[in-house]
Design a protein around this ligand. Structure first.
Ligand SMILES: [Zn+2]
Length: 53
């Protein structure tokens, strides 16, 4: 199983490791959605995760 997050901008990322995926998404938000930094918590990112085979 892989963990996948699809950002509203179309960016998609997958990782087998949930914590690594959350860090990747956090970095994506910093780089691409600086206006959202501080509003997006790791718990929120965790809520976006879909499990894919
Ligand atoms: Zn994005």
């Amino acid at each position: 199983m892989q963990h996948q997050v699809s950002c509203e901008c179309g960016y998609q990322v997958r990782d087998t490791d949930e914590d690594a995926l959350i860090r990747t998404v956090d970095q994506h938000v910093h780089d691409n959605h600086p206006e959202l930094v501080g509003q997006i918590s790791h718990d929120m990112i965790r809520g976006w995760i879909e499990l894919v085979p």
